[in-house]
Design a protein around this ligand. Structure first.
Ligand SMILES: [Zn+2]
Length: 103
């Protein structure tokens, strides 16, 4: 198990988890539902984290996370694969994993 992402943004953590799974990388989302404990624990121990189950997937997972985080923010876009509306900061569809259209 290796951690590839930690942030206070549960939506982004969930998106990263979904994208890794779409790429066939077994991943685990931790601390997704610990919001109620915030204030009792050091804040960064409550943050959502994404871990890969297999250390061999770590490098690929890091690259995917970097791609997601570096995606330029923009207006929401409609996925051409499944029709979902995806927030502009995401480089790939959270539902089916298809990459965003060129902008
Ligand atoms: Zn899609």
């Amino acid at each position: 198990m290796k951690r590839v992402y930690q942030a206070a943004d549960i939506l982004l953590a969930g998106h990263i988890h979904a994208v890794l799974e779409q790429h066939g990388i077994p991943a685990v989302l931790r601390n997704a539902y610990l919001g109620g404990a915030a204030g009792e624990l050091p804040l960064n121990e409550c943050w959502p984290e994404v871990w890969v189950s297999d250390d061999e997937d770590y490098e690929l997972a890091r690259r995917l996370v970097a791609d997601i985080l570096e995606a330029p923010g923009g207006s929401d876009w409609r996925c051409s694969g499944c029709g979902e509306l995806v927030e502009g900061q995401f480089a790939a569809c959270w539902s089916c994993g298809r990459a965003a259209p060129e902008r």
